[in-house]
Design a protein. Structure first.
Length: 263
């Protein structure tokens, strides 16, 4: 009996020591998870070129494709708050999507958001909306805060729309309260001519530093950014071909480092 118990423990220990992390699935786009009210857990991703949100079962089979119906000339920027009961009371899926357009003639970005049904039809469109957060505003009371901007004027106009929600996000996989963060992106990427750096600093921050490092981690360029504009235009000819990493430092914080490829 003691011998049997010993070998059982030995093989359990051996199996534990040899267990490894294994790849379950690779998706071509950034993927997140959501817990629907009745459908349970699903994966979802945002396909920017196609302007779609695709939802997958936990076995990675395709469950549903939602066309965000991004207006012509705009690009999908964010998809969040997938839910069955948060934005209305019917049985379908709804989500919030944000999209943007760059006006090269006047050098500014326009952002808009909308809440859509699973067939792509709009429940509500929010002009100028860039950041959207669900905040707790009372005992078991949640509201949608949409932070809106008009960058076509200087100084830019800023306003906040607050929306009542017929449902509750507490059964969703997550909700997030608003914490001011800087936003940063570049396009085109890879770049061969002009590099457009789009950024937005938090309300309480007036200035930051854009750092560009080569693939070895050496600082090659620094640029001051401030709240008087929302972008920089850089000449790709000032950089050698290769891979770079960029981020903004502001106050005691910094953005996530992202990759830039120069042809």
């Amino acid at each position: 009996m003691k011998t049997t118990t010993f070998f059982t423990l030995f093989f359990l220990l051996l199996n534990t020591l040899t267990a490894q992390v294994t790849l379950d699935k690779k998706y071509d786009y950034s993927t997140a998870v959501v817990k629907f009210e009745t459908l349970g857990y699903k994966y979802y991703l945002m396909d920017v070129p196609a302007g779609q949100c695709r939802i997958y079962n936990t076995d990675h089979s395709l469950f549903k494709t939602i066309n965000c119906n991004v207006p012509t000339g705009y690009y999908l920027y964010d998809v969040k708050y997938l839910s069955e009961k948060l934005f209305d009371t019917d049985a379908g899926i709804e989500l919030l999507c944000t999209y943007y357009k760059y006006y090269s003639s006047t050098a500014y970005y326009e952002y808009d958001s909308k809440i859509i049904n699973e067939d792509g039809s709009a429940i509500i469109t929010i002009d100028g909306s860039l950041y959207n957060y669900i905040n707790l505003t009372g005992e078991s009371t949640y509201k949608l805060f949409s932070y809106c901007y008009d960058f076509s004027v200087s100084p830019e106009k800023v306003w906040t729309n607050i929306y009542n929600l017929p449902g509750s996000p507490t059964v969703n996989a997550f909700f997030e309260e608003f914490t001011p963060k800087a936003d940063l992106n570049v396009f085109p990427n890879p770049a061969s001519a002009t590099i457009n750096v789009a950024y937005h600093l938090p309300e309480t921050i007036n200035m930051g530093i854009l750092n560009i490092l080569n693939n070895e981690g050496k600082l090659v360029k620094q640029f001051q950014v401030d709240r008087h504009t929302d972008h920089l235009s850089l000449d790709a000819g000032d950089f050698s071909s290769g891979i770079y990493h960029y981020f903004i430092e502001y106050g005691n914080s910094r953005t996530e480092a992202k990759k830039l490829v120069i042809k």
